[in-house]
Design a protein. Sequence first.
Length: 296
Amino acid sequence: MTQTGLELRPFDAPAGAEVGGVSASPPPSEDVVAELKRLIAEYGCIVIRDQHLTEDEHVAFAEAFGEANVPWLNAVELDTLARIKELPGRPGYTGARPGVVYFVNGPGYRDTPDDGYLQGWHADMTHLQVPLSYAVLNAVETPRYGYETWLSNQTRAYEALDAETRARLDGLFITHSFQHVFPRLPPVVHPVALEHPLSGRRSIYGIPGVADACPLGLDATEGAALMEKLTGHLEPGTFTYKHTWRAGDLMIWDNRCVLHRRGPQAKGQTRILRRVMAGDGSPQQVRTLLQGLPVH
Ligand SMILES: O=C(O)CCC(=O)C(=O)O
Ligand SMILES: [Fe+2]
């Protein structure tokens, strides 16, 4: 039992914990949210079971964690996520709420074996200057098997590096450019190892998405070797937790310290997840990041 009465059950895995003693609607008090945020920073993600939320309840819960429809999120969302917002004829789906996105797989919907981006390791929206804090997902309908979501604990990945490499990463920056996908968005610069404002711990931040880029100040050979080191742990899955969805699961991950990806396609199975994101940058943090400096 934690300070605010939460029941914490860490998964037997490098990331993730189930949290009981709390429900999402109405949204928990500020104290409880603060404690949940600490747990999410520590475990990378948490799961609260049996939360069958409406869109409005889902958004209200996400808003307790930060601004759920932040303008810098919507600008991109309109470009990218419109294509996966289609869920015609489903009860409870309005399609009208900005910030609410459905990920749908299965017969009769979009089966997406070829959705290469979601099946590769990534952090969401690292092309934004302010790292997105939280993704809040509610499992509306779950498959009998398959369509897991995988998470990789990038704090552990950073801390497992040798001391020399860690020292090299501190103060190292890399450009995240996604102009090939979003021509209107300028490239941004992020620390290679992002310090988390709550835990003070560093994580390797969003590197697979820019693995072809070279950290600023390194030559191409050094850069390529470093990128290989920073992504090499992903395929063996050393820091990976694979989440099997149950209907009503409410998962919140901290996008600053885990990577995620969709597991393999499960042909013939249906899975519907609803996602709302929440940004949590304090004005000071936003200003600091805008200058391309690490958060202190
Ligand atoms: O479909 C999944 O399991 C992962 C979806 C994803 O990448 C996301 O929610 O940002
Ligand atoms: Fe994603």
